[in-house]
Write a protein that binds this ligand. Structure first.
Ligand SMILES: N[C@H](CCC[C@H](N)C(=O)O)C(=O)O
Length: 284
């Protein structure tokens, strides 16, 4: 079977996109298996995840995201920017405001184009954070929303703020995030029994009320250079714990995202780049 694939990234968080609106791929190759195969950086194209373009009854298009380990996630912030640019530049949609169906609900993308109609960036309405333990999900009997909950992990006790942006995140604040052994602490938090669906993990260093640094261990993908939903979760935890205002720059190893938690709508908005690296076709 011939597959046309497009490689894209958002701040170095890289994805392989495939248009399966006709269902040909799903009929021959289950998406989790395809993600594991194509995301392998030695034996195939390589990427943090596979994004599938699907038809939608309720929105302009539907979006599915599979991590490099094959697990499916409810949402992906960097991938969503790539998805919007892909739809516009491939001519699948020609409007600049796109509604997208995801496992965790509808998302609105606004293409930011220059005077030559080139996509310079994408602004995404990421919706509201989910903070109730059952919605994250996070095992917690402390009554109110969990903020800086003590979590024993290996030989450490982390103060964790769980936040969902349609996918689970464990936000941990530290004075200095550079020494963090991500490959050790990341999977230990990801797989902690308090997170029945596992979790993405963000170590956050607050630089000022308008600026934070974040390093990420992603559920199902490991260390990534950026995480859009993680940047949003980090902002939410920063605001709820009184560390920042509601509009911050989030500095990730792969680059900078602007994230804002809008008072009126309660939604988070994230703006950043989405780049196309190459297009290819392979036989599977
Ligand atoms: N690993 C995530 C999905 C990708 C999210 C991330 N790449 C982003 O930009 O939000 C999860 O399993 O929830």
């Amino acid at each position: 079977m011939e597959l046309v694939l497009t490689k894209m990234h958002g701040l170095g968080n890289d994805f392989i996109l495939v248009d399966d609106r006709d269902g040909r791929v799903a009929g021959r190759y289950p998406y989790p298996d395809l993600a594991r195969k194509l995301c392998d950086r030695h034996f195939s194209i390589g990427g943090d995840g596979l994004i599938v373009v699907l038809p939608s009854q309720s929105c302009d298009m539907a979006f599915a995201i599979f991590n490099s380990d094959g697990s499916e996630a409810g949402m992906c912030g960097n991938g969503m920017r790539c998805f919007a640019r892909f739809l516009y530049e491939k001519g699948l949609l020609r409007q600049k405001v796109i509604t997208v169906e995801t496992l965790s609900g509808p998302v609105v993308c606004i293409l930011e184009n220059d005077e030559e109609d080139r996509v310079m960036g994408v602004r995404v309405d990421m919706g509201p954070p989910r903070l109730l333990p059952a919605d994250i999900p996070f095992v917690w009997d402390g009554g109110k929303e969990p903020l800086e909950v003590a979590l024993k992990v290996l030989d450490q006790t982390f103060q964790v703020t769980p936040v969902s942006m349609g996918n689970p995140h464990a936000v941990i604040f530290m004075e200095d995030i550079d020494p963090v052994p991500l490959e050790i602490w990341g999977p230990a938090v990801e797989n902690h029994p308090s997170f029945p669906e596992k979790t993405n993990v963000e170590f956050v260093q607050v630089l000022s009320p308008e600026s934070i640094r974040v390093r990420v261990w992603e559920r199902g993908a490991g260390v990534t250079l950026a995480c859009g939903t993680g940047a949003c979760a980090a902002l939410v935890a920063s605001v709820l714990t009184g560390r920042t205002g509601k509009k911050v720059e989030v500095l990730l190893p792969g680059g900078r995202l602007l994230v804002e938690w809008d008072d009126r709508s309660g939604h988070l908005y994230k703006s950043g780049p989405a780049e196309t690296i190459f297009e290819t076709s392979i036989r599977i």
